[in-house]
Write a protein that binds this ligand. Sequence first.
Ligand code: SAM
Ligand code: SF4
Length: 365
Amino acid sequence: MTDSFGRTIDYLRISVTDRCNFRCVYCMPEEGADIAPKDWILRYEEIATIVRVAAALGIRKVRLTGGEPLVRKDIVKLVQMVAQTPGIIEISMTTNGFLLSRYARELKEAGLSRVNISLDTLNPERFVRIARRGSLQQVLEGIAAAQQVGLSPVKLNMVVMRAFNDDEVADFARLTLQHPYHVRFIELMPINWYDGSEGGEFLQQRFWSRIFAHTGEPSFQLVQLRQASRGMLSASEMRRLFVPVDEMRQRIEQEVAPLQPAEVVTNGPARTFRLPGAQGTVGFISQVTNDFCANCNRLRLTADGFLRPCLMADGEVDLRTPLREGKGEEEIRRLFLYTVAHKPERHYLAEGIKPVSRGMSQLGG
Ligand code: SAM
Ligand code: SF4
């Protein structure tokens, strides 16, 4: 599939649940997270149908994410179903790693190629301050298990926040000296930030309806699934925590060694480097200060069955309703092509337009 800006779309990220066993400060409220009713969540057979249609249209790589994908019952079965779909050449997963030591081997045997594990600190007390559930030790065991069973290369994703963990950037980079990990440093993204300005939201809705209105298709919609703000950092707190990737990179070069460009083929938006003599690599994901929209190759499927062409923009197409109304694969195919045709050229964060409809745990990151 090629979109209207000439980009090949061959990558689908599937959120398999909006539930999670952590409550990371930048992602979910500590208590009272809005969770979709169970019957909204796509069943495995429905996901398999969508993947079959997607693969026939040229999707080659699938990533399972969430919420936390490993909390969904029988997730290994879904991995197997997706891995067996003709046309899918790679299936990966993004996980917080807490349940990974339990499932790593089964996932590998079911056909999972590799995992991205989110890890924001190497300090156990800080871990609890950031994730608010779980334990560092268990995540470290998950990372070791992934490496051991060959879910590799293991990628570690660190969301860098000022005063929370920015002083650990060099330590994370040093991990690549001894281990073949791909450590990726991620800028905090403005998703679900609360500033109480309803006016801003209203403007945003008008903006999107302008973009999509001309098509005359009612399919694109702004799904309002906002999470309760209790226990989330506020937008102004988030802004204070924001660390640009240039600063992360400078810090690594000052505290460890100069980074050399590394030739690594990735599906996505990381710029990749290597420390001299290192086994692993270091990457930077700067969705905010240096966006990668020109090379974006992906679509997202939310756990409740909406196809979304852009993480940072709120338009979505409902696949669940036509699926459950028995409209068949031809209709799903049409909606895929429609979504790809309306994939925005880029995000509009610089213009002050942020996604407001869902939190990251509902989108899959
Ligand atoms: N639960 C899994 C995990 O944490 O890896 C998968 C879902 S999580 C939403 C996917 C990724 O999004 C994680 O690496 C997480 O750190 C990242 N993330 C969540 N909220 C974010 C934000 N506001 N800015 C940047 N990254 C964020
Ligand atoms: Fe859960 Fe992942 Fe969000 Fe953390 S980032 S709360 S682990 S979904």
